[in-house]
Ligand binder design. Structure first.
Ligand SMILES: [Zn+2]
Length: 332
């Protein structure tokens, strides 16, 4: 199997000769940017820089996939969030959220023509042309829960789930169309798999809120986006994996806060698992023996795609990421 075939099989839980090495979130570190000469913020704003830095994930780090949307802000910027695109030292961030809960929502007809959407779309098509069989091309869209945080602010949105649940439902129904439109455009551009990141994290969303507000929407996204979806939610998600399992997503990108054996048991046979390696304790601060030990535990538990739990911290050494992919491929 080529790396691309292997990743595409693993993400769907099909048998593979080894686990895949992969990530649905950013693998960029400061020293990787210095190594390859493509850097933030240009790699958020210029398709060539974005594609070049993403391709380093396969060529330099040894992952079986590439994923060029390094930040969380592309579609939110196109919807009016005042995004400050950061630097090589800092991930992008956003100023005052532009929307108020309960106000009339209108999605711009030309949403996908906004540069914040066009840049990743063009990067994905370049990557699809260039990667061939060397890497699967993964896109990334944000679900309506995360978009709600971005557009209304986390606090207003979460208070709204308690005080104005109908307004929140109307917002989720509107915002999920952004997820679908950007997702379909990414598939057209060359994405073979989509990361669906929707931060229904335990400290901000109860398992029942996940079930009541989001489970059905995630099910609908599975039906409307015709590629395997990798749902990404950070934090301890053990109390909602049983609901996630019912959505039909192909794969769940999980955080090291869920112990690997528990994640495997909760996901069952039908939900593939990706990630789970702790960013700080293992990938940034661990040594190569710790990384090899972590990979061995993931293999033992039957994790299909081994890699970082979430966006890698910018101050992690890229050699640690290569140590991880080397261990995945070597079977150590
Ligand atoms: Zn995350």
């Amino acid at each position: 199997m080529t790396p691309r075939e292997l990743f595409l099989a693993a993400v769907q839980g099909r048998p593979t000769p080894r686990p895949a090495a992969g990530s649905a979130t950013s693998i960029v570190t400061r020293d990787l940017m210095a190594e390859v000469g493509w850097s933030f913020p240009q790699a958020h704003l210029d398709p060539e820089a974005m594609a070049g830095l993403a391709q380093a994930g396969a060529e330099v780090l040894g992952f079986d996939n590439v994923m060029p949307l390094f930040s969380v802000w592309h579609e939110s910027a196109a919807l009016g969030c005042p995004v400050e695109w950061g630097s090589s030292e800092r991930m992008p961030d956003c100023g005052q959220p532009p929307w108020t809960l309960g106000q009339e929502m209108r999605l711009p007809a030309d949403l996908l023509l906004h540069p914040a959407c066009q840049v990743p779309l063009q990067a994905l098509s370049r990557l699809r042309r260039r990667c061939g069989d060397d890497a699967a091309v993964v896109g990334k869209v944000f679900g309506p829960w995360t978009l709600g945080y971005h557009l209304y602010g986390v606090e207003e949105f979460l208070v709204g789930t308690l005080l104005e649940p109908d307004a929140v439902r109307r917002s989720l129904a509107c915002l999920k169309e952004v997820t679908v439109r950007f997702g379909l455009a990414q598939i057209d551009a060359g994405a073979e798999v989509l990361c669906l990141a929707d931060h229904a994290t335990r400290d901000l969303c109860s398992p029942l809120a996940y079930r009541d507000f989001l489970q059905e929407i995630h099910q609908e996204l599975v039906e409307r986006l015709p590629v395997p979806l990798v749902l990404h939610i950070c934090g301890d998600t053990a109390d909602r994996i049983p609901y996630i399992r019912q959505t039909g997503v192909a794969c769940f990108h999980y955080d090291a806060k869920v112990p690997v054996a528990q994640a495997r048991a909760l996901a069952g046979e039908e939900l593939a698992l990706m990630g789970g390696t702790a960013n700080i304790a293992v990938l940034r601060d661990g040594d190569e023996a710790a990384i090899r030990g972590d990979v061995a535990a993931k293999r033992q538990a039957g994790i299909q795609i081994i890699g970082p739990e979430c966006a890698v911290p910018l101050d992690a050494p890229w050699l640690h990421l290569r140590a991880l992919t080397t261990a995945v491929k070597a079977g150590s």
